[in-house]
Design a binder for this molecule. Structure first.
Ligand code: ARG
Length: 472
C-alpha cells in the first residue's frame, strides 16, 4: 500500500523503484521516536477537536499494540512499507480502522521524520556524552594512580621535555571535555520541534505546535515551517561533533599503538583488549586502538557526505534528505563502541613507568633546563640557547657525556650539573598548567570538578529548560 494511492490508483510500483527509494531497512530504528511523535500528535488532534475522545483512545491503543509487536518481533512489515512512518500508520489503520485513518491529519511525513530524527539525535547525543564521560573517568583514575611517574614529552615525535604521565593522560581528558561541551550544545540546538510544519507550509487546521512541542519534551517549536522541514543542521552538527570526537579517539589510539610497540614499550595491553595474529604466534596486536584510529576516516566521510547532500537542496523537503540517516546512525554506533572499547583498554593497560623514566632521563632532555638556569643567572635567552645547543652538538659529535661538558663550562659548572639528574627535570615544570607535580596536582582537582560539572549537565539533559516543555 502506498500513502498516495488516491492520485496514483492501485497501480503496482516497480520493484526497482521500491528497492531504490525505501528507507525502512534503516529507519525502523526510529520506531520508538515515531510512536512518541504519533502519540503526541494524536493528543494534539483531540485537543483541537479533530479526533473524538473514543477515536483518540483507539488510536493510542493501536499505537501501544504496534509498540508491543515491534518489541516482541511479531510486527509484520509489508512490501509496500516504504519507511517506518508508512508501516506504523498502515498497521494503526488496520487495528483502529476509521480512527486510525485520521492519524495523519494535519501532518506530513516531512515534519514527522524531522521530529523523529531530532528526538533520536537529542537522546543519542546525550548517550555519547555519557560514554565520553566514562572514558574521562578512566583517564582521571589512571592519572591519579600515576602519581609522580614521568615520561618523555614529544614534539615532532622527538624527545622534547619530560612530563608527568598524569599530565599526558589528562591532555586527552581535556580534549574530551570539549567534546562533551560540543555534544551538549548541539543537543540544545536540536531541541526544537518541527511537528506542525506539515509538508512545508503549516495547516488550515487548528493545530498547536507549541503544545505538541512541550508534549514531546522539546524546549521550543519551529519558527518557520519551511525551515522546520528542510533543516538538517542538527545532523551535520552531530556528525561534526562525532567526527572531531572520533579524531580525538584516533589520536589516543595512535599513541596506544606507538606506546605498545617494542620500540617504545611504555604500555602493555591487557589480553582482553589485544588480539593475536593468525600466522605469527608471538604477536599481540593493538587492533582496538588501530580501529579507533581507523574509524575517524569513516566519521569524517559521513560529515562530508551529508554536507554535500545538503548543499544544493532547494527549500523545503527533498527526498535527498533521506540520505541523512544512515551516516548519522552509523556515526553514533561507531563512536559509542569506540568509546566503550577505549575506556576498557585504558582501564586495563599496564604502564611501564620504568621504561618511560629511562627514556625520559636522557641528559639532553634537560637541555631547556640548562637554558632556563642560565637565564636566571642573567644570560639572554637566545645566547643561552646557542650555548647549550653547542654543548649538545659537541657531546653528540665527540661522544662525551653532556654532564662532563656542563661541569667544565665556565658559565655552567657543577651547580648546573645537578639539573641533569634523572627525574629532576619534570619537577621544575612549575608554571600553571605545566607538566610538573605542582600544577598537575591542581589540574587533577580542576579536572575532577570539570567531570562533576559534566555529570550535572548530563543529568539535566531531557529535563525542563523553560519554554513549553512540561506544560499541562
Ligand atoms: N523516508 C523519508 C525520509 O527519510 C520520509 C519522508 C518522506 N517524505 C516524502 N515527501 N516523500 O526522508
Amino acid at each position: 500500500m502506498t500513502l498516495w494511492r488516491g492520485r496514483f490508483g492501485e497501480a503496482q510500483q516497480a520493484s526497482a523503484l521500491r528497492a531504490f527509494t525505501e528507507s525502512l531497512s534503516f529507519d525502523r530504528r526510529l520506531a520508538p521516536d515515531d510512536l512518541a511523535c504519533s502519540r503526541a500528535h494524536v493528543r494534539g488532534l483531540q485537543r483541537a477537536g479533530l479526533l473524538s475522545p473514543e477515536g483518540t483512545e483507539q488510536v493510542l491503543a493501536a499505537l501501544d499494540q504496534v509498540e508491543r509487536e515491534i518489541a516482541d518481533g511479531t510486527f509484520v512489515f509489508e512490501a509496500g512499507d516504504e519507511d517506518i512512518h508508512t508501516a506504523v500508520e498502515r498497521r494503526v489503520t488496520e487495528v483502529a480502522g476509521e480512527a486510525g485513518a485520521r492519524l495523519h491529519t494535519g501532518r506530513s511525513r516531512n515534519d514527522q521524520v524531522a521530529t523523529d530524527l531530532r528526538l533520536f539525535t537529542k537522546r543519542s547525543l546525550a548517550e555519547v556524552a555519557r560514554g565520553v564521560l566514562a572514558l574521562q573517568e578512566v583517564l582521571l583514575a589512571r592519572a591519579r594512580e600515576a602519581g609522580g611517574a614521568y615520561m618523555p614529552g614529544y614534539t615532532h615525535l622527538q624527545h622534547a621535555q619530560p612530563v608527568l604521565l598524569a599530565h599526558h593522560l589528562l591532555a586527552h581528558g581535556w580534549a574530551l571535555a570539549r567534546d562533551v561541551d560540543r555534544l551538549l550544545s548541539t543537543e540544545q540546538r536540536a531541541d526544537v520541534c518541527p511537528l506542525g510544519a506539515g509538508a512545508l507550509a503549516g495547516s488550515s487546521l487548528p493545530l498547536d505546535p507549541d503544545w505538541v512541542a512541550g508534549e514531546l519534551g522539546f524546549s521550543a517549536r519551529f519558527e518557520n515551517s519551511l525551515d522546520a522541514v528542510s533543516d538538517r543542521d542538527f545532523v551535520a552538527e552531530a556528525l561534526f561533533d562525532l567526527a572531531l570526537l572520533g579524531t580525538h579517539l584516533s589520536r589516543l589510539g595512535e599513541e596506544v599503538v606507538l606506546w605498545s610497540s617494542e620500540e617504545f614499550g611504555f604500555l602493555h595491553l591487557d589480553d582482553a583488549y589485544a588480539t593475536g595474529s593468525s600466522m605469527l604466534p608471538q604477536k599481540k596486536n593493538p587492533d582496538i586502538a588501530e580501529l579507533a584510529r581507523g574509524k575517524a576516516g569513516r566519521l569524517i566521510g559521513h560529515l562530508a557526505g551529508v554536507l554535500a547532500t545538503l548543499k544544493g537542496l532547494p527549500l523545503a523537503y527533498d527526498r535527498d534528505l533521506q540520505e541523512d540517516k544512515e551516516p548519522l546512525f552509523d556515526a553514533f554506533d561507531q563512536v559509542g563502541r569506540a568509546l566503550e572499547a577505549m575506556a576498557g583498554l585504558m582501564a586495563t593497560a599496564v604502564f611501564d613507568t620504568e621504561a618511560m623514566a629511562r627514556t625520559a632521563d636522557s641528559p639532553a632532555a634537560a637541555a631547556t633546563d640548562l637554558v632556563e638556569w642560565l637565564v636566571e643567572q642573567g644570560t639572554a635567552f637566545r645566547q643561552a640557547h646557542e650555548l647549550v645547543g653547542a654543548l649538545v652538538r659537541d657531546s653528540v659529535q665527540r661522544h662525551v657525556p653532556l654532564a662532563e661538558l656542563v661541569a667544565a663550562h665556565p658559565a655552567l659548572g657543577s651547580a648546573a650539573v645537578s639539573l641533569l639528574e634523572p627525574g629532576s627535570s619534570v619537577l621544575r615544570r612549575t608554571s600553571p598548567g605545566g607538566a610538573g607535580p605542582g600544577p598537575v596536582a591542581e589540574q587533577l582537582e580542576r579536572f575532577t570538578l570539570a567531570l562533576s560539572d559534566e555529570a550535572g549537565r548530563l543529568g539535566r539533559v531531557g529535563s525542563p529548560r523553560g519554554g513549553p516543555r512540561g506544560r499541562a
